[in-house]
Design a protein around this ligand. Structure first.
Ligand code: GLU
Length: 413
């Protein structure tokens, strides 16, 4: 990967914010590195009887505000640099929504589609055995991310508890409901994104009924489409790694979701229109939601984007060069560390419930999430106005200052 698109992005962002908030050198220098990055080998006996070694990472970026927190991704392109970058984003994400957690991230280099169910379980358990000494409800708390889900979290929790010899539901969030998971965690990233999208749309005079293009139809993207459709937005474009579907009068998202489960892609969905070209980003929609992987909006495709509002449901979907292009075009970008923070916000609620051993209703969790997202949006908007800057810079001003204050209060300065 081009280093400019990896950890360098964090360094550039911090450099920019340092100048704006007069961050002292003693704090700044500590924010430029992860506190710890583990690299582990995970031996898995494959179905053919041979042992295969997988490589995994767990990055613990900063724990000044609370235990490290962040998901685990299973992907063929996971790297040390990527996991470290994502752990830094988690640090600022938890701070932006003001939950008492730090930032971490995990990853395993694997294409999970190539594994059998038994191999996937063995890998998930093996990863936890490799890192179990370094995680815990008060140390570091993993969760789902790209290609990992509640089922995998269930295996991971079970493995941790077996090694620990006692129950510890707060060690992992995004678990199945039956073993301490929270209502709405499965769609909380999308739900949180929908709350801030609605706030941002109001600010620029877009009404429900506005058209939406979504890039990525995995957990976050598909739930976002369903939620926005219910709110009255019109989803006209959806893409995934295999194809694109467009319908100017609005796609039927329930049908599309069923179609995707059946065929593995949104490609060739029967009620889509036959259109020229194959690019999601260039479609004529008021709102664009990148919900796939990092760097999908770059200097090559940013000039063609027609949307008035971009809501970053993925982590790091806009490269720094593309960010400048979008700014010059007057497009409002709601940054990832706010837009997709609904996932970790509900993870926090899940952990609180685990600690109480008492579980709230779906409505109560939804109201709490709405409160967290709308308050954070308003705080960032005020900073944006005060500093006459963009939302991303405003979000970093708020979050870096919060992390820095916790570091000062611990005497780390
Ligand atoms: N993987 C999600 C994220 O990137 C959720 C992390 C969590 O709940 O800890 O924000």
């Amino acid at each position: 990967m081009n280093p400019m698109y990896g950890f360098d992005r964090i360094l550039r962002q911090l450099e920019k914010v340092k100048a704006l908030i007069n961050l002292e050198d003693n704090i700044y220098s500590q924010l430029l590195e992860a506190q710890k990055v583990l690299e582990v080998s995970i031996p898995v006996k494959m179905d053919n009887g041979f042992i295969k070694i997988f490589k995994g990472f767990r990055a613990q970026y900063n724990n000044a505000r609370g235990p490290y927190k962040g998901g685990i991704r299973f992907h063929a392109e996971v790297t040390y640099d990527e996991v470290k970058t994502l752990s830094a984003w988690m640090t600022f994400k938890t701070a932006v929504v003001d939950i008492p957690l730090g930032g971490g991230k995990g990853g395993v280099i694997v294409d999970p589609k190539t594994l059998s169910a038994r191999e996937l379980e063995a890998l998930s358990r093996g990863y936890i055995r490799a890192i179990h000494k370094f995680i815990g409800p008060n140390i570091d708390v993993p969760a789902p991310d790209v290609n990992t889900d509640p089922k995998i979290m269930g295996w991971m929790l079970d493995e941790y508890e077996k090694v620990a010899g006692h129950h510890a539901p707060g060690v992992i969030t995004g678990k199945p409901l039956s073993i301490g998971g929270s209502e709405i965690r499965s769609f909380s990233t999308a739900q949180g994104g929908a709350y801030v999208l609605d706030e941002a749309a109001k600010k620029i005079g877009l009404k429900r009924g506005a058209t939406v293009a979504i890039q990525g139809f995995g957990n976050a993207g598909s739930h976002m489409a369903l939620i926005l459709e219910k709110m009255g937005y019109k989803i006209t474009t959806v893409s995934d790694s295999k194809g694109l579907v467009v319908n100017c009068s609005g796609l039927n998202i329930n049908e599309l979701a069923v179609y995707k489960v059946k065929t593995g892609s949104v490609k060739d969905f029967p009620s889509g229109e036959k259109i020229e070209g194959s690019k999601c980003l260039e479609q004529d929609a008021d709102i664009l939601i990148p919900a796939a992987l990092e760097n999908s909006i770059n200097k090559d495709n940013a000039p063609a984007i027609k949307a008035k509002l971009i809501v970053e449901l993925a982590n790091g979907p806009v490269t720094p060069e593309a960010d400048e292009i979008l700014k010059a075009k007057g497009i409002l970008v709601v940054p990832d560390i706010l837009a997709n923070a609904g996932g970790v916000a509900v993870s926090y609620i899940e952990q609180v419930q685990n600690a109480y051993n008492f579980y709230w209703t779906k409505d109560k969790v939804l109201r709490k999430l709405e409160g967290i997202m709308c308050r954070s949006f308003a705080e960032i908007w005020d900073i944006k106005e005060k500093y006459k800057t963009d939302m991303r810079t405003a979000a970093y001003i708020l979050s870096v200052e919060r992390v820095a204050q916790a570091m000062r209060d611990r005497g780390w300065g």
